[in-house]
Design a protein around this ligand. Structure first.
Ligand code: C2E
Ligand code: CA
Ligand code: CA
Length: 356
């Protein structure tokens, strides 16, 4: 299948994984054979009325340079595939991958420890309603204070938590803390709605909805004080049960935001079935708002969202110029360093007190 050389062999590893041994001392040749194989599978073939092509992800390791036996070969190939998910192509082993993989392994055990010892805390970034019609609202953002590595960014640890399944425990902690903080603010006379970032990995956890219902009932919090942010990518990856889940959450009074809009398929049409209240336009769009091409796209998006009864939040607003454009475009809510960085809970109280 791979060449005329009868020593080439193909093995099945899992139902959706095969391995090939290509005996040659010429790495470039082996690479070319592997790449050809991937490309061949991507060529579409007709089955009934449908054109079907299969996108494959591949890894290539060299013996004896990177592996000493077949176990090593399988382990290293799996590691490469893990680190290159959705990046279809043929990926070569390198030492950096090994280092990254080791660090991720370390991070998983440290995350477990962090959950037990509660090394997390939340900061809150205000969202400002441009016409003042919306209730005060903030987004809860997680911080991890590692005992000796310092503060670790959620951009680093959230993907590891998702991959390892620890995200469910982390999300539960965030939900609990947000409810407590919201009630505390309320006692002090500050009515603030807080949004919580939810991973798409939380949806397939069967007691997710039950956990939320139970926590809200126990704490007697009005669910309209809570919002969930789910990324556009997360929504598109799990479209099946999401509609039911979001409908249930909204029926309870919880608001739904689609986060990082523009970084996935970048089209509201794909999301038309998805029950939602807010659309958060990603910072990568806002950064370019001074360019006419982007202005048109953002303007069209805002109009379409309004037609669908969805409010638009612009994230990552860093300058007055960006804010002015957004005001002109009838954007509903803005968030970003120009208005405020994420704040500690008590600094947030001061932020709102100073504004009235
Ligand atoms: P995100 O949900 O898109 O949050 C916005 C990120 O942009 C935050 O970074 C925020 O601090 C930052 N940001 C806000 N305004 C500006 C601005 O004007 N300019 C720039 N350059 N950045 C701005 P952060 O806190 O580091 O969080 C990064 C990501 O980690 C979040 O992106 C979110 O995807 C994830 N994350 C944070 N907390 C949680 C959490 O509790 N649960 C889950 N599942 N994910 C979380
Ligand atoms: Ca968010
Ligand atoms: Ca975002």
């Amino acid at each position: 299948m791979l060449s005329d050389n009868h020593k080439n062999m193909v093995y099945t590893i899992y139902a959706n994984e095969v391995a090939a041994i290509i005996p040659t001392s010429d790495f470039n040749k082996a690479y070319e054979i592997g790449l050809n194989l991937l490309n061949k599978m991507a060529d579409s073939i007709a089955i009934d009325r449908y054109q079907i092509g299969i996108l494959l992800n591949g890894s290539i390791v060299q013996y004896p340079l990177h592996i000493k036996d077949s176990n090593d070969a399988i382990k290293n190939s799996a590691m490469i595939l893990d680190q290159t998910i959705n990046d279809f192509g043929l990926h070569e082993y390198n030492d950096e991958m090994e280092r990254k993989s080791r660090l991720q392994g370390e991070l998983v055990s440290e995350l477990l420890h962090a959950i037990k010892e509660n090394e997390f805390h939340l900061v809150y970034q205000p969202k400002i309603s441009l016409d003042g019609s919306e209730q005060l609202s903030v987004e809860a953002l997680l911080r991890w204070h590692h005992p000796y590595k310092g503060t670790i960014s959620p951009m680093v640890f959230i993907p590891v938590a998702e991959e390892s399944g620890l995200i469910n425990e982390i999300t539960k902690t965030v939900i609990r803390n947000v409810i407590e903080q919201t009630l505390l603010w309320k006692e002090k006379g500050l009515d603030v709605k807080t949004s919580i970032n939810i991973s798409h990995r939380d949806f397939n956890h069967k007691d997710f909805l039950t956990y939320i219902q139970k926590s809200m009932a126990e704490c007697q919090i009005d669910p309209s004080f809570i919002e969930f942010e789910i990324t556009e990518r997360g929504v598109l990856e799990r479209n099946d049960n999401i509609i039911k889940l979001f409908t249930n959450l909204r029926d309870m009074g919880i608001k739904i935001s689609i986060d990082d809009f523009g970084t996935g398929y970048n089209s509201l049409i794909h999301l038309v079935q998805v029950p939602m209240d807010y659309l958060k336009v990603d910072r990568s769009f806002i950064i370019n708002i001074t360019k006419p091409k982007y202005q048109k796209r953002i303007q069209r998006l805002i109009s379409l969202a309004h037609d669908l009864d969805i409010k638009v939040i612009a994230e990552g607003v860093e300058t007055k110029e960006q804010l002015d454009f957004l005001k002109d475009m009838n954007c509903d809510i803005v968030q970003g360093y120009y208005l405020s960085k994420p704040l500690e809970a008590d600094a947030l109280e001061a932020f709102y007190k100073n504004r009235v």
